[in-house]
Design a binder for this molecule. Structure first.
Ligand code: NDP
Length: 463
């Protein structure tokens, strides 16, 4: 027994914090966790989970159209935004309940309150002003949307937080950004029938992804009817007399829209957390600086997930938490392996990717073999939809290791997850070649591309 109230105090009840608290409590440690909003955090409450439900909702418009080629006539259809929002709310309430139940079943004490550090061993529970002591502390407070507060009229814009709970579906929306959130929401709103414009400061959306995926997704989104403005940003937003928004862009365009949404990245949620009182170092972006074991510069304080601003993905935060529990409470020092993290963008079509893009690999390896297939998915032969699918493997010619895999098309995220196992295991292209195909599937392309489409030498494409 220690002299502290708790062995482990977790600040933040998102994916990372809840996992750490539950596991540590399950080991018999005296654990408390504090969350100021709702248990489940960004992912469950206003991120991945509701987003994916909205993605499903937005698919139906195209599915109704595609049905015709298969002989179905779908009657008049009507979408009710309020039904979707209410059903989404029910589901996240159910999930939040499961998170809380998991914590209490494991024996963790739950505080529904903001908590701030008083020093390196003390935490203030703001709802009661109580100060408790803890041997070890984990900070897992996540991030929040970057506020473009220098933008004139910023107060009229929304972020993804508000997009999930709008009172009514806008007739038109302007979304700023070209990353995960902007691209996913542009497709969601378009699929739900909203006139959608994306405004992105760069040349092509999804900057760090493989160029074939970016170009084809960008084109497909435009072909669907999403307007994409590149090389521009919003310069001013004004609320007009008719309660709509007048938006001016840096190129001098004037747009009239019902909503303007900013999706320009997320920042660590560290302000006002008392980190300086505890002596915890942050970087210029406000992120908590940690070592390979997620330990901060203060020996008994750890941090995981988005608050460390390394890889902003839920499964990474969860994995980091499991490593912290192994390191601290199981006497098994464990580092997370951040290499080859598979990721998906739930755009339409979807993106699934593992490892290096052709450009990144071209900088790292002298010679690459690129295997790629562009084709129309079988479903679209009868539906008549013109969308193309991409399967692409990036192979280091020197040892034939598959160092990148990039997919654009239905279920790309599911495929990326499975490919990640093979790639993590260091599979060579020859392993892919001797794997039998599953027929007829789209993913069989991944094991039947026997000849390289082209080579890349010293970063330059050779036909
Ligand atoms: P991203 O980092 O993905 O994208 C941010 C976008 O905003 C980029 O296109 C960036 O441009 C642009 N941008 C940044 N600053 C400005 C500015 N001042 N003015 C105009 N544009 C700007 O962030 P998101 O907000 O989309 O998402 C946050 C994180 O959440 C993601 O990085 C991802 O890790 C995670 N996430 C994951 C999802 C998934 O796994 N499916 C879904 C949603 C979010 P540029 O490209 O030029 O830098």
């Amino acid at each position: 027994m220690t002299d502290f109230d708790y062995d482990f105090f977790v600040i933040g009840g998102g994916s990372g914090g809840v996992r750490a608290a539950r596991l540590a409590a399950g080991l018999g440690k005296k654990v408390a966790i504090a969350e100021e909003f709702r248990y489940g955090g960004t992912c469950v409450i206003r991120g991945c989970v509701p987003k994916k439900l909205f993605v499903y909702a937005s698919h139906f418009s195209e599915q109704f159209e595609d049905a015709a080629g298969y002989g179905w006539s779908v009657g008049e259809s009507h979408f009710d935004w309020n039904v979707l929002v209410a059903n989404k709310d029910k589901e996240i309430t159910r999930l939040e309940g499961l998170y809380r139940k998991g914590l209490s079943n494991a024996g963790a004490e739950i505080f529904d309150s903001r908590a701030e550090l008083v020093d390196n061993h003390h935490v203030r529970i703001l709802s009661t002003n109580q100060v408790v002591s803890a041997d070890r502390i984990l900070v897992a407070v996540g991030g929040r949307p970057s506020a473009a507060d220098e933008l004139k009229g910023f107060e009229y814009t929304i972020s993804s937080n508000e997009a999930f709970d709008l009172k009514e579906l806008p007739k038109s929306i302007l979304i700023a950004g070209g990353g995960y959130i902007a691209v996913e929401f542009a497709n969601i709103f378009h699929g739900l029938g909203v006139e959608t414009t994306l405004i992105y400061r760069g040349v092509e959306v999804l900057k760090n992804f493989d160029h074939d995926i970016r170009r084809t997704l960008h084109q497909t989104m435009e072909d669907k009817g999403i307007r994409i403005l590149c090389g521009e940003v919003i310069s001013e937003v004004v609320r007009s007399a008719d309660d709509r928004l007048d938006v001016t862009t840096s190129d001098g365009k004037n747009l009239k829209v019902d909503q303007a949404m900013m999706a320009i990245g997320r920042k660590p949620n560290t302000s006002g957390l008392g980190l300086e009182k505890a002596g915890v170092t942050t970087d210029g972006a406000g992120a908590i600086v940690v070592d390979d074991y997620m330990r901060t510069n203060v020996e008994n304080i750890y941090a995981v997930g988005d608050v460390t601003n390394r890889v902003q993905l839920t499964p990474v935060a969860i994995h980091e938490s499991m490593c912290v529990v192994d390191t601290v409470f199981r006497d098994k020092p464990t580092k997370p392996d951040h290499d080859m993290i598979a990721t998906a963008v739930f755009s339409q079509p979807e993106v699934g990717t593992v490892g290096l893009s052709e450009e990144q690999a071209g900088k790292k390896f002298a010679e690459l073999e690129i295997y790629s297939a562009f084709f129309r998915p079988m479903k679209h032969t009868l539906s008549g939809r013109q969308e193309k699918m991409i399967m692409k493997l990036v192979v280091n010619a020197a040892d034939r290791q598959v160092v990148g895999a990039h997919i654009l098309g239905p279920e790309a995220g599911e495929m990326a997850q499975l490919l990640a196992i093979a790639m993590k295991a260091g599979c060579k292209k020859d392993d892919f070649d001797r794997t039998m195909a599953v027929h007829p599937t789209a993913s069989e392309e991944l094991v039947t591309m026997y000849q390289p489409s082209y080579l890349v030498k010293n970063g330059v494409r050779i036909e």
